[in-house]
Every structure is written in C-alpha cells, then in structure tokens.
Design a protein around this ligand. Sequence first.
Ligand SMILES: Cc1cc2nc3c(=O)[nH]c(=O)nc-3n(C[C@H](O)[C@H](O)[C@H](O)COP(=O)(O)O)c2cc1C
Length: 277
Amino acid sequence: MSNGGGTAPLLTPYRMGRFDLSHRVVLAPLTRERSFGNVPQPHAILYYQQRASKGGLLIAEATGISDTAQGVAARNAIEAGFDGVEIHGAHGYLIDQFLKDQVNDRTDKYGGSLENRCQFALEVVQAVVDEIGADKVGIRLSPFASYSESSDSNPEALGLYMANALNKFGILYCHMVEPRMVKLGEKFETPYSLRPIRDAFNGTFIVAGGYNREDGNKAVSTGYADLVAYGRLFLSNPDLPRRFEIDAPLNEYNRETFYISDPVIGYTDYPFLPSDV
Ligand SMILES: Cc1cc2nc3c(=O)[nH]c(=O)nc-3n(C[C@H](O)[C@H](O)[C@H](O)COP(=O)(O)O)c2cc1C
C-alpha cells in the first residue's frame, strides 16, 4: 500500500448493527433518472453491481412513495431484498420542509417550535421502524443546507434536537450532510462542524459532502465519523474503495451527464482500474 504501510482508516472494517462492513467507503444516494416509466431497468443492475464490493454499503437512489403508503414502501423494499431503508430527510424534500423554520409556515402542531417542526420526521421514523424494525432504518438529514429555500435559522440546534430524538428509536444510522454543502456541488467555507451532533447521536454516524480520500481518512481516524459517503467520486469511480486502498488516481466526473437518461453514458461507462493494478 502506498499510504505509509498501515491500512487506510477508510479501509478498516466496521460493525454497523448486524452488518459487518469490510470498509467505510459508502455510496451516497444519487438520483440518476435512468428508470423508464418509473420502473428500474436492467442497466440499473449493472450500475449498482459495478459499485458493489464485499462488505460495502451502497445507498440507492430515492424511490417515490404514494401519499397513502405509510410504512408499506419500506416493507416492500425489504421484501425485494434490500438490507435496510434510508429515510430521505434532507435537501429540501418533504421532511426537510417540515424541519426548517425558513420554509415551514404551518400553524398546526407541525409548525412553530423546533419540537413541532421535527414532529413529522419523527412520526415517519416511527412508522418505518414499526414496519421493518429499527435495526434496518437509517435517516439522512442536512440541517445546514438550503436547497429549494429550505433553510433554518439555527441548524446546529435542529441537528442536535434530531440526534437526541433519534436516539430513542435505536435506529441503525444517522447520515448527515456537511455544513460546507450549503448548495449542491459547491463547498463553502464554514465555521460549523457536525462534531457536536455526532457526539450527541448514539448510533452509527455517516457523513457526506465534499470528501476526498485524505479528509475521509481523517474523519474516521479522529472519530468524527464512522462511515463516509461519497457521491460524485463514487459515481465516476465504480471501484472507489479499491482506488482509495492503493491511492490510485481517480476518474473525473462529468456534470453534463449526471442527470441525462442514457442507459450507459455517464452511468455505467466510467472505467475501472486495469485488473492488474
Ligand atoms: C447526480 C447527483 C444526484 C444526487 N441526488 C441526491 C438525492 O437524490 N438525494 C440526496 O439526498 N442527495 C443527492 N445528491 C447529493 C449527494 O448524495 C451528496 O450528498 C453530494 O453529492 C455531496 O457529496 P460528494 O461531494 O461526495 O459528491 C446528489 C448528488 C449528485 C451529484
């Protein structure tokens, strides 16, 4: 190995609940828009297969659910063979809109105080936990982000409140987006850190947002995170854990093809390292 002899912290094993992970390089959830008629196609199998590794955690793209589905969508996922379900509470989607005081203008029991704004998210967690069990449930949150005008005047208090409230469920993990990712794809300088929130949460803590090999290793070695999720680098490097292991050069990602619907281009055509490396 070219990292000075020792195993890179990202490549060390980690036990998450009943899952034995062999490394800590996680695929972040990435909307890909390659399904036709809302039905995943055979090329999706290839895409995820390319990014799979023994003992690696892949978080798949989001699935839209019916407004009357309750926990059924989660049960269907488990019946279809997924190991767990990540509740999407980040990035301006419905749950995030309840959480954030700059966009939640409700006057009922889901609006106003921090406690009220978090109520909907916690009810969703409860419904999914009731359906499939806390040991299969994770949640993604982005208290510091302001996508689709969904921002909060006190994101640290929001993150801390959620971490403490989530502790009561004993869920599998909390996955949080870094304060520097205020907008998608852009890193901002920020005095904030997820550290206090990480310290408040009792379970596995996953971080995401702007990570490379070096700061991912540092996040793990300093106990800042248990696992690190990679979006754009994993999208463009199907063998990212292996590349991090040997500190190999990375493919660059092409933003132009992030959201196109082609079944191959920008999806399954990013090259692997030659097999003899
Ligand atoms: C093509 C693309 C699609 C994404 N889709 C989602 C999504 O559906 N849900 C989500 O929470 N984040 C989404 N993200 C954000 C990523 O999960 C991740 O948090 C972000 O890219 C920052 O991590 P990175 O610097 O490792 O790429 C997306 C990012 C990209 C580039």
